[in-house]
Design a protein around this ligand. Sequence first.
Ligand SMILES: NC(=O)c1ccc[n+]([C@@H]2O[C@H](COP(=O)([O-])OP(=O)(O)OC[C@H]3O[C@@H](n4cnc5c(N)ncnc54)[C@H](O)[C@@H]3O)[C@@H](O)[C@H]2O)c1
Length: 282
Amino acid sequence: MKIEGKAFIITGGCGSIGGTTARMILERGGYAVVFDVLDEAAGTAKVKTYPHPERALYFKTDISDYDSVSAATTAALAAIPKGSLAGGVHCAAIAPGADWSHHLKDSVPRFAKVLQVNVYGTFVVDACIADAINSQYPDDGPFAPRTTEERGIIINIASVVARPVPARCITYGPSKTAVLGISAGMADFLGPFGIRCCTVSPAVVASAMMSPDRIPYFETELDAATIFPRRQSDPAEVGQGIVFLIENSMMNDFELRVDGGWRNSSNWAGPKDPRANALSLE
Ligand SMILES: NC(=O)c1ccc[n+]([C@@H]2O[C@H](COP(=O)([O-])OP(=O)(O)OC[C@H]3O[C@@H](n4cnc5c(N)ncnc54)[C@H](O)[C@@H]3O)[C@@H](O)[C@H]2O)c1
């Protein structure tokens, strides 16, 4: 699918991977419609620093709130050229981090929060974007003939810690496992409408999510756990994967791992409690 002239909603588009993706879409002649939590003025100012700012739009949105996503999607449809919405790249998520505790119950409130943002938010974002794409076409009801035209693509961002989930990601990891499940279900559901759905799973990306105090730990882990290259990815390397999935119409129901051959599954090395060797990111 060509990006030129098409509009894509990019959640988390003020962040590292989302911001890079927005820039790449703009550079290829597309419209980047960014949903993020910054207020309207700050978010708009940010996306207007991207290339081709005349095609960059911003809507303050909380992805964990259905009303917010639904309203932003309606506003986005009204602001872009008629019929141009062709997809979404869902990059917004949280990785809260926590101090280690030997009481798993301490993780329960964080699990609830992560599920609300990363899992419920993914379902809501995908649903609102898919319905918005389909609203540009005649509504033939639930059992319409299968379309042969390509209407669009939705890409969700999971993570290499979606499977297998390490102890240090005891809440964030399963939320990303659920993202893989949501993508698979969406791909099958949306096939008859001509909408593809794929997932990108990065390893460790140089981003705001990766605060400086976490970097020394991750450099050690990347050195031990990846095949090659044993370094953090640049957000642009993830963005290239996203652009490939958009542009190649045969890519559907696919998890693209951009991870340098990441094989880490556990921090269980040596005689100590494995958590003594690892950061808790939950
Ligand atoms: N950075 C990594 O190492 C890494 C690794 C694997 C997967 N990922 C995933 O990649 C995606 C992008 O992460 P990133 O590294 O660019 O992080 P980032 O922190 O730079 O960007 C995340 C963006 O999401 C926004 N956001 C957070 N909560 C939101 C909400 N409720 N509503 C709307 N926007 C919200 C933030 O404001 C931010 O702009 C995430 O899904 C993340 O889990 C990141």
